[in-house]
Write a protein that binds this ligand. Structure first.
Ligand code: N2P
Length: 382
């Protein structure tokens, strides 16, 4: 815990004492608190992915509830996971990928949701709930925030120019994993997500191997394939891809479809007008669901439930989707989603394309250690 962090909690504790003192005269209706006797201090600490919320989501919640939100961001499941297993994160809501959340649930790191405090649950899409139940049986711990898939994003004009006479490949994954293409695209800039799991899962999928395999032979094959394209990769950067694409700094990315659409939107807003597209590989992308969960040691679980219930309002979920160009799990929200986003087939995928996605899964600890070792070698390029 760094100094500013500790100072923050000290000041929040003082404000909390103040708020607890002034809130005594409130009606029972205001103090919805079925689970505990003492009203929680009006504080909520959230840890979510970067570029994943609308500008007014937190402000409106604070205004409505009087709860002060502290909102921090991260860029990889690995970072969140390390914090969670060290315990005492200080967060009341975190947003892991559902596959990592499974490990964390099994490790006892989350508390169960109190569905009685989540009346807006009814708005959720039963299809998404079913998919989530594969990793969180009974939808006990997790509520999906947004979902999308790992894929290839391109600046269409720059890629065509760099490929010259070579036609676009039939399989979009070739653009990042086949040296015939990467050697040409190197000139306009290739960027990759910067985590072992993201990179190895896609590499295994490209090779037609099981994505969540434990076989070290599969990993060696993926490593050897990756090393062939390593010299052509300019950057490893997860959260920075939006700006790198929007500014024309790179022309090809292995990353998250939602961020590619957001890069396109940003480039239009910034008047740099890059023609950015999220491709849907014919063999499918890797599906992910980022999910809200309440750490077992959260200090403000009631406030966390209030926030989760607020996000499950159709208008709130839609406003986040409209800002970040990710699909939400809220069936009732669809009518409030901008038609341009709702009809974008790389955001709200067709049933056929959804069926092709590789569903989220997770490797065992031994495999993750091996993967991390190989990833470090791959990144260093030697
Ligand atoms: C949001 C990125 C989250 C997607 N910008 C990866 N889980």
């Amino acid at each position: 815990m760094n100094l500013s962090y500790s100072k923050y909690f000290l000041s929040m504790a003082i404000i909390g004492i103040g708020l607890a003192t002034v809130s005594c005269g409130k009606s029972d209706k205001d103090n919805v608190d079925a689970g505990s006797k003492v009203e929680e201090e009006k504080i909520l600490n959230i840890y979510n992915w970067s570029d994943y919320i609308a500008p007014d989501t937190i402000a409106n919640f604070e205004k409505e509830t009087g709860i002060k939100v502290r909102y921090d961001v991260f860029d990889s499941n690995e970072i969140l996971h390390a914090k969670l297993i060290a315990k005492n994160t200080g967060y009341d809501i975190v947003v892991p990928g559902s596959n990592w959340a499974k490990l964390q649930i099994d490790g006892g790191l989350y508390q169960k949701l109190d569905k009685a405090k989540l009346p807006n649950w009814k708005n959720l899409d039963p299809g998404i709930l079913k998919q989530m139940a594969e990793l969180d049986p009974g939808n006990t711990y997790l509520v999906d925030w947004m979902w999308s898939y790992n894929t290839v994003g391109i600046n269409v004009d720059k890629v065509k120019a760099a490929l010259g006479d070579t036609p676009m490949p039939e399989n979009a994954w070739d653009l990042v994993f086949n040296p015939t293409y990467t050697s040409k695209l190197k000139s306009c800039g290739i960027t990759f997500l910067d985590t072992p799991a993201d990179v190895f899962q896609a590499a295994l999928h490209y090779l037609g191997r099981p994505v969540y395999t434990g076989s070290s032979e599969d990993y060696d094959a993926a490593f050897n394939m990756l090393m062939k394209v390593r010299p052509d990769i300019k950057k490893f950067n997860s959260g920075g891809q939006i700006d790198d694409l929007a500014s024309g700094n790179v022309c090809v990315a292995y990353g998250w479809a939602g961020d590619f659409n957001l890069a396109r939107k940003r480039s239009i807003e910034n008047k740099s007008e890059q023609n950015i597209e999220a491709l849907i590989p014919k063999t499918g992308g890797l599906m992910f669901m980022d999910t809200m969960a309440i750490p077992a040691d959260a200090k403000h679980p009631d406030n966390a439930h209030q926030f989760i219930n607020y996000v499950m309002r159709p208008e709130v979920a839609a406003s986040i989707t409209n800002e970040v160009t990710y699909a939400n799990p809220n069936k009732a929200a669809t009518e409030f989603v901008d038609p341009e986003i709702r009809n974008n087939k790389s955001i709200y995928l067709s049933a056929e394309d959804i069926a092709k996605l590789v569903p989220p899964g997770i490797e065992d600890n031994k495999t993750r250690r091996n993967m991390t070792r190989l990833y470090t070698k791959f990144k260093s390029g030697v």
